[in-house]
Design a protein around this ligand. Structure first.
Ligand SMILES: [Zn+2]
Length: 569
């Protein structure tokens, strides 16, 4: 490609509202442009990157035996009603109607559609297993699009769905995808960790997420560097820290709890300040939830965060203020479980045996101190309710956990028969009995991978693309296009690169050298070849990999060989 004929609108300034490196750099390097909040155009360079990621995904999916199809983005709403997800996913569904008022949704995922397909086309165990995938546009009505390609309303996804006759087969399908994913991300130049995940809205029984650790990530993962344990924070556990690790000074142990006035105290933090000075770890945080329709108190240490995914109930939601007042007679800020008998109390296991604790008195602007949890509170259930924090013990070994932000780029789920039962995807077994197919589903956020790679591969000058996904592998920079010998050498190297099958771009713009260097570094071509009068006078051209600080002076005839060596690294 000749730069003068390309469409590469680079920007010098960091665009407003672009908060994270990938968003800033993809805009500045001219790879993407917004059309609306959370809706993007891929410009030619960005589209090349996207296509390369797609190719890697396609090759590995095909190698794993999956079959590529293309399903519609426009789905009749009644199919979504059959699984109940027209309701449960209502908030993220884009709804449209056709001219005769028939309701459709724009697909946010394709379990319903692929299961409908399998129900129609697969009859016998002899046709199984099958794994069907596509690379296609998805729509989700994201309430707060942010972070460029990370949180959007429209995106490209690879989604695969496996159908098996039994659990053993489903396990094999799951494992095959898990292995393929590791290869896909490695080929894209992404360092991922795979974590145990909570299955959430997909309704599966087991799942793993592939995460890219990045400060820009919206998910949080807990990892152990010692044994490799890694889990989504929703699912992470740690070695339970009992009361012994948070010892109580003897003077705080009292015969019975004592009420004291706490005017103006609304939060855990308020109580940590003078004149009260109660550390958060000596406070009990009382949360009022409605679990399966029943008001329940959930207790964690004041320094801990409740993990909703760990609540032992099918449905759980925070109680409304009027429900709280009706149940406890006080406002949030003064709530506690001491002496509460009519309402069930579920306490985090780390509170077991804790003494000298402070909690709300269920009387506005009063608290109680000297609480011995097991003595003074009627606890119905002790369970792990808390979010793991950095520095806690690994549940699998003696190591210490670290909690990091991460971007989810892939997800593998075991779905079981949730969709096949709802949509009648049955097969006949050897004995002629009808059974539901066992399913799995496997997603990769293809357009999100573009951003994740940039998050991981950039420096202060710009993007540093891994060769496998770079928009072009080599940029040839003639510094003065009006200097005959410079252009001759540059054109010759450019032609040789194309002949050798190397993807090259020739910067034939009449711009200053500084502009060309800055743009090449900003876009992040893996190798740059500079052709200038000075280096030619010294007998060569300058070849430099994007990640190197020094360029090598190479005779023009050897340039292509040296470039190919650098690309092979
Ligand atoms: Zn460990």
């Amino acid at each position: 490609m000749r730069w003068s004929q390309a469409l590469i609108p680079t920007l010098r300034e960091v665009p407003k509202d672009a908060e994270i490196p990938s968003h800033q750099l993809l805009l500045r390097a001219g790879l993407i442009r917004p059309l609306a909040a959370g809706v993007y155009t891929f410009l030619p360079l960005g589209f090349r990157v996207l296509k390369k990621i797609e190719r890697i995904v396609r090759e590995e999916m095909d190698r794993a035996g999956a079959l590529e199809v293309l399903m519609p983005a426009l789905h009749p709403r009644e199919i979504w009603e059959q699984t109940g997800r027209a309701t449960t996913l209502d908030e993220i569904l884009f709804k449209v109607k056709d001219r005769s008022d028939r309701a459709f949704v724009l697909g946010p995922t394709h379990e319903e559609i692929v299961t409908t397909l399998a129900a129609a086309e697969i009859r016998s165990y002899k046709q199984l297993p099958k794994n069907i995938y596509q690379i296609q546009t998805k729509f989700r009505d994201e309430p707060r699009p942010r972070f460029g390609l990370i949180r959007v309303k429209e995106f490209i996804m690879k989604d695969a769905y496996s159908f098996d006759v039994d659990e053993a087969g489903a396990d094999r399908s799951y494992q095959a995808m898990y292995e393929a994913y590791k290869i896909i991300f490695a080929r894209c130049g992404l360092r991922t960790i795979d974590v145990e995940a909570h299955s959430g809205a997909m309704g599966g029984s087991s799942s793993h997420e592939f995460m890219v650790v990045s400060p820009a990530g919206e998910d949080r993962v807990a990892c152990c560097a010692t044994c490799g344990y890694a889990a989504n924070l929703e699912k992470a556990t740690s070695r339970v820290i009992g009361p012994t690790s948070r010892p109580v000074p003897p003077e705080e142990r009292v015969a019975h709890p004592a009420k004291f006035a706490t005017p103006g105290v609304r939060t855990i933090e308020d109580l940590t300040k003078p004149p009260f000075n109660v550390p958060a770890e000596r406070q009990i945080k009382t949360l009022v939830y409605v679990l399966d329709g029943k008001i329940t108190l959930l207790l964690v240490h004041g320094c801990d965060e409740l993990n909703e995914a760990k609540i032992p109930a099918a449905t759980a939601r925070p109680a409304h203020p009027d429900e709280i007042r009706a149940a406890l007679g006080a406002l949030p800020g003064s709530l506690g479980a001491v002496g509460v008998r009519q309402i069930p109390v579920i306490a985090d296991a780390t509170l077991r045996g804790a003494t000298g604790m402070t909690t709300g008195a269920n009387e506005n602007e009063f608290h109680v101190r000297g609480v011995d949890v097991e003595r003074d509170i009627t606890v119905a259930q002790w369970v792990d309710l808390r979010m793991v924090q950095t520095g806690e013990g690994c549940p699998k070994c003696d190591g210490i956990l670290r909690v990091d932000s991460a971007i989810e780029v892939g997800h593998v789920f075991k779905l079981g028969t949730k969709y096949s039962v709802a949509l009648g995807a049955n097969y006949l077994d050897e004995k002629g009995a009808s059974r539901p197919m066992i399913m799995g589903c496997y997603g990769i956020g293809v357009s999100r991978c573009v951003a994740a790679i940039v998050e991981q591969c950039h420096d202060e000058k710009g993007i540093v693309w891994p060769r496998s996904v770079a928009p072009y592998e080599v940029a040839v920079l003639p510094l003065n296009i009006n200097h005959g010998p410079t252009m001759e050498v540059a054109e010759e190297i450019y032609r040789e690169l194309l002949d050798a099958g190397v993807e090259a771009i020739l910067d034939d713009r009449p711009d200053r050298p500084g502009v060309k260097f800055n743009d090449a570094d900003l876009i992040g071509f893996p190798v740059r070849v500079t052709v200038g009068e000075k280096s030619l006078a010294k007998g060569g051209v300058e070849v430099k990999a994007r990640c190197e600080t020094e360029a090598a002076l190479v005779p023009p005839v050897q340039a292509v060989a040296v470039i190919r060596e650098k690309l092979a690294v």
